[in-house]
Design a binder for this molecule. Sequence first.
Ligand code: PLP
Length: 434
Amino acid sequence: MSRSEDLYQRALQVLPGGVSRNTVLRRPHPFYAVKGEGCWVTDIEGKRRLDCANNMCSLIHGHAHPAIVAAVGEQLQNGTAFTFATEVEVLYAEHMCRRSPSFEKIRFVNSGTEAVMSCLKAARAFTGRTKIAKIEGAYHGIYDYAEVSQTSNPHNWGDLRHPRSNPVTRGTSQGVLDDVVVIPFNDPETAVAILSKHPGELACVLVDPMPHRVGFIPATKEYIEALRRWTAEDGALLVFDEVITFRSEYEGAQSWYAEPPDLTALGKMIGGGLPVGALAGRADVMDVLNPLAEKVLFPHSGTFSANPLVMAAGRTAMDLYDREAVARLNALGDRARRQIAEAIVESGYPASVTGAGSIFRIHMTPQAPTTYREAYVDPDRAQRTKALLDHAFEHGVMLINTCSGALSTAMTEREIDTLAEVLLGGFRALKQLG
Ligand SMILES: Cc1ncc(COP(=O)(O)O)c(C=O)c1O
């Protein structure tokens, strides 16, 4: 028995399914990391792989960046958590508020789930309305309202003109489902027609400008502008989930559009490799959290919020991720998508690639999808996706289980060439299987 098999047998005794998060499950067993260096990860069997998963898009500088290790090490010496505020959270908040024009105030939390949840609750507290709208198929973490219809499928998604609010978790209350209005992605007319059936009812419209589960397809300008117009006229807030996409531009993917959102949920890379989340946006909206107010509309706390270790790591990571670093990484992303598209053509395998900035996703369809329903992975596509992932993994490249990748600043053109070469071999192998 290998060390991984042995560990997994033990894990099965104490962890449901033998894992602490579903994303690391692999059959017949997960792999166990022992060391990460830059863009490389070594597993417990001693095998080294190029890491294009980067802990689900969260490591912008790869593993163990020396400056982040030093900043965390220094804080570690001085204590890890206090019933005090710390200087580093103020310095980091100043950096973030300078970074993106829509961030007038920010509050740090512990995960992307908590960031999205807090945005929705802040929008409710600000507007006094209960309902929210979200995009079919978009993943925003596991808060009840945010997860509605994330896993809708052809059997339950209903007519596109009024997509159904489907639960993800058994036991989700009907009240939650009734309070979530589901809209299609990148279809401004249909989305606005659906929203217009709920005038004055919605606290916010929650949008990820390039939702992973929908296919890592950037939202069009027309779509975002239509949502911005509708929310402004209706008095609802526009909330962006930039937990993944903030890496796409120095100010976040919101700079792709003419008008900024009212609130933004952040997470993943802004923790510099440690668990984090944040909500940021308009000062008057963020004021619902203000504990100095006569009546606090959204009392909010969290034992580890703005934890100094996380703040030290995050601040260092974001200082390093300056405009030049963003531009260099995005150029690597362009190169990766171009070379993957060339590998698809060269192999003759019917696949396509989407994404923007430092993100890509491979689809087992000859035409790149434009909507969740087109990007939906049926069992046949799932099998082919798994075959490509397995090929890449066996040949030393680790991708995200949707056949997506998130690059890190630790990479160079050489690693992108390796990625494309391995994928070319994968497409060829798939073609031979027929
Ligand atoms: C777009 C988006 N929002 C929110 C979340 C939830 O973040 P976390 O896993 O930190 O709770 C994720 C996680 O993958 C995400 O991709």
